[in-house]
Design a protein around this ligand. Structure first.
Ligand code: NAP
Length: 327
């Protein structure tokens, strides 16, 4: 199956509508790294026609970028490399920092770790209300002029923040949380992206594994795995989400597809989206083909909504992930 693609403004290559998300590959907050499996996962993704890799300096405090840099030696030109900027950390504590000096340092660190001379898509990871947007946007636009970056994106921005950014620099993409269980962007960010021709890089399309169809109530999370404190994974709410997944499987089966393919397909059928599928083992990403080449119709969408409303009486969003402001 050929990958479905989407054009990202400013980039020459069409992007596959499934990207490899590499937060877990960094190790931190996911129970530790496994570099051999990570390298195989990246190779597997490329073999399956995925040509977008999304990472960030903060994923494993540089480790995710380093693993990707090594894995892409000799293959860099096949890939749209998307990384991020504007988080900082001290003693393991992460905070927002989009000051021009931080950006100037981070671009050099990312280029070195990723073993490349340019970043295809450079995204502001979280808005930093302590730095004027103009300073951030102009510093980023300079990187585009210098050829170090080919297109700019933002993540976790509201429409008002995107409006402000676009006064000073062009924007190609927005990266918000979006999956069957986390749908806030339908109110504002998604219509904004459609109106302004932004590609939507949907993060957490499997809701951190909840929507894989393989999550069970007795799953144990190791070490520093963020799901130990993720409110969706705490009972009794966890049970409500798992029940919804069991019921959603009937819709997947109607199409002769897995739950996981349904979750990804749903994201792809909602707008100009790319699903950032997080994986750290090659077998996790092997089902890419199953998500392409079919569609959910209106009746499916209505049936899905009815299941979600009926089964999840106590929904909660992904807000627990938001990093602090700078002191
Ligand atoms: P996700 O894609 O919703 O879920 C990833 C997890 O699902 C995996 O770590 C794995 O968990 C499980 N999974 C994946 N494939 C599976 C399979 N075939 N079978 C069973 N389980 C499977 O969540 P995410 O990693 O949080 O988000 C995806 C990407 O979005 C990230 O990697 C990152 O690139 C980006 N992101 C961006 C932001 C932002 O602020 N911009 C925030 C979050 C994420 P186990 O390995 O534990 O089984």
């Amino acid at each position: 199956m050929t990958a479905e693609t989407l054009s990202i403004p400013g980039l020459a290559k069409p992007a596959s509508r499934i990207a490899l998300g590499t937060w877990a590959i960094g190790g931190a907050m996911w129970g530790g790294p496994d570099d051999a499996n990570a390298a195989r996962t990246i190779d597997q993704a490329l073999d399956l026609g995925i040509n977008v890799i999304d990472t960030a300096p903060v994923y494993g405090f540089g480790h995710s970028e380093e693993v990707i840099g090594r894995a892409l030696e000799g293959k860099r030109d096949k890939v749209i490399l998307a990384t991020k900027v504007a988080l900082n950390w001290q003693d393991g504590k992460v905070f927002r920092d989009s000051r021009p000096a931080r950006i100037a340092q981070e671009i050099e660190d990312s280029l070195r770790r990723l073993r490349t001379d340019h970043i295809d898509l450079y995204q502001v990871h979280w808005p930093d209300s302590k730095t004027p947007m103009e300073e951030t946007a102009r510093a980023l636009e300079k990187l585009v002029k210098d050829g170090k970056v080919h297109a700019l994106g933002v993540s976790n921005f509201s429409p008002a923040q995107m409006d402000e950014f676009r006064k000073f620099a062009p924007l190609a993409t927005i990266q918000p949380p979006y999956n069957l269980f986390e749908r806030d962007i339908e109110q504002d960010v998604l219509p904004y992206a459609i109106k302004n021709n932004l590609a939507v890089l949907a993060y957490g399309p499997l809701c951190r594994g909840l929507l894989s169809g393989r999550m069970t109530a007795d799953r144990k999370f190791e070490g520093d795995d963020l799901r130990k404190s993720d409110p969706k994974f705490q009972q009794p709410r966890f049970g409500q989400y798992l029940k919804a997944v069991e019921d959603l499987k009937a819709i997947a089966e109607k199409h002769d597809k897995s739950m996981l393919a349904l979750a990804i397909r749903w994201v792809l059928d909602r707008g100009p989206t790319i699903a950032l599928w997080g994986a750290r083992k090659p077998e996790q990403i092997s089902g890419v083909d199953e998500a392409f080449g079919w569609k959910l119709d209106d009746a499916d969408m209505k049936a899905i909504d009815a299941i979600l409303t009926r089964d999840i009486s106590d929904p909660v969003g992904p807000e627990f992930m938001a990093p602090s402001l700078r002191n």
